[in-house]
Design a protein. Sequence first.
Length: 700
Amino acid sequence: MAHISEDITESFISETTDLLDSIRKDVVNLKAAADNKEILAHLLRDIHTIKGNARMLGYSSIEKLAHSVEDVYKSVKDGKIKNSDRLIQVVFYTCDKIQECIGNIQQRGNDALNVDTYIIYCDKLAAGELIDTSQLAQEVQKEKMTSFLESDEQEEEKGNLSGLQSIRIKLDRINEIISSFDNMIIREFRLKHQLDNLRQIEETTGNHDISRIRKQLENDIIALETSIFSVQQSVFDLRMLPILMAIRPLENTVVVDSINLGKNVRFEVPDTEIAIDKVVLEQLSDILMHLVRNSLDHGIEHPEERKALGKPEQGVISIKCVQETKYIELTVSDDGKGIDYDKIREKALVMYPERADEIQDMSEKELSSFLFQSGFSTKENVTELSGRGVGLDVVWTNIEKIKGHIHIESEKNKGTSFILRFPISLATLQGLFIFSNKSKYLIPSQHIIDIIYRKKSEYITLQNQSYIKLETSLIPVYALSSLFKDQHFVKYSDADTILIAEYMEQQIGIVVDQVQRYVSLVVKQLPNTLKSFTILQGIVFDEHYDIVPILHVPEIITKFKSLRGYDIKKYEAKTKSKVYRILIVDDSDTTRQIEKTILEGNEFMVDTAVDGIDALEKIKTKQYDLILSDKDMPRMNGIVLLDNIRRLENYASIPVVIVSADQSPDVLNALNKAGANAFIAKSDFKRGHLINVIKELLHE
């Protein structure tokens, strides 16, 4: 093969990568629109371009692979074969192999890889033969493992050095440079400290020469600080990579796994140029893989289920990404079935019977913390993919590694969103300098959601434990000094300074002596003598070159939680207003929705049933405070339902309101004998009247 200039090689690699992305999109779009000739023509053009370019440059492996895929889609075009799920899987695997060949060109200057397996499967497809894609998947996995075990870091030297536009630098080398900058910053701190001493001498002596020297030194230090920061940031940027490197590979995952699961899923990827630290990116790839597979396996329903729920047969998984100064907020969402919190509560009660009272009173937000605990799953049959709760402990662990935070938002039959917030880079740490017990600490900002001030008179004390009221919740409060020996509290004001910390969806207040200021500093590892002290996670240097320990907030919260002497949820259950649960029974979907909207708008919890038989099934499994039922329904009408309700011991005195179009004396008399507590005429169905009747019956 003749020598190929580096510019041409880079152009081929870049164009082929873009064409592969385009091909993958066309393959997915063609599945949804099998008769779209424009998509098929565009797909064939892209494949032909890759084949032609590879032939001209002598990359025979890529040429053969592209030619095989082209033959497959020519057979589709001629009507010889259908665009089946098997076909899509084989084509995606083949595109991945072309991408691997490109990687080989970048590392070794050639595309010499064994591609026979892929060509055989493509040829069989093009000829209309039956193939076993599961066998191909096994062979691909075996090939990847072999490649991983045999991989090395050797790289051929190639090309003309005079035309070289870029060089490769190992990450270790970049980290060494960053470490050197750390030492420069420390020296800068010492210069500032000396400058402070010089300023004191100037103030004491009034010497003009010292004043002139001090001003010049101050200007030089400011200029030096600016230069160091600028160059340090440039070095940090060397470790930055596009966040799409972690997101794009998931497109293949969604296509292949959704086919295996028998689901129809569209994957929406953000168009973003955000770049993040390579160290963060590596952890993020694993996090996103788990979350996307969660959505595929447990979130998105099968097409027939979605159709029955009135949803489009095609589900959607999307990733959104927003940069906020030095942080990224990334959201993984699906429009699936949502999280079943009743199942979580049920499973939690089985796994933690000693916490039964606490679990019964937990909110949905608090229940979601169980999903991130190892071994917790609401799924009875675990598949190869991660279901909700399967593998989410790994997600939480990896989020902690990148100093991030995650929380869940979910609505039944509407979908679920996992919202991640993490720093762009781990080279520096954002936090607050605080004082406690006469000592200075850095507390990372990722777990601190608020800083408040409270007087002692505003505390609520229950069984020797202090609490504060924050919005509608009671939050336990602990003094940070209680974790250290020689406890000592320094009073800076009439009110306590309290940091509101959150971890695993639970909040506590941490009392400190003083919050000094917000900083962003380079982190250093703990000295060996302190590594066993688990509430510390590293050290930084302050402006006086003093060592400041970094507090490990999750460990601190865990230690404080173990000290709780009173179940806060029991107290809240006693003091907050009761939430009433109402069952609506009506065969009209429209009527059910109207009544449900009215009641939920007045803070009632509402379930619905389509007729009397459905209502009895729900009544047997759940206790309702009031039942609102239509009179005329198929299978079992309101009067028969009412008679059955009154035969149940736990429903003998539960209020039942009957909605009826017929208000004749005979009907009202029959309802009254059956035990109805109130009647509402459909002709007089008004929002205010319904609520007034219900509140009166519930003694609200």
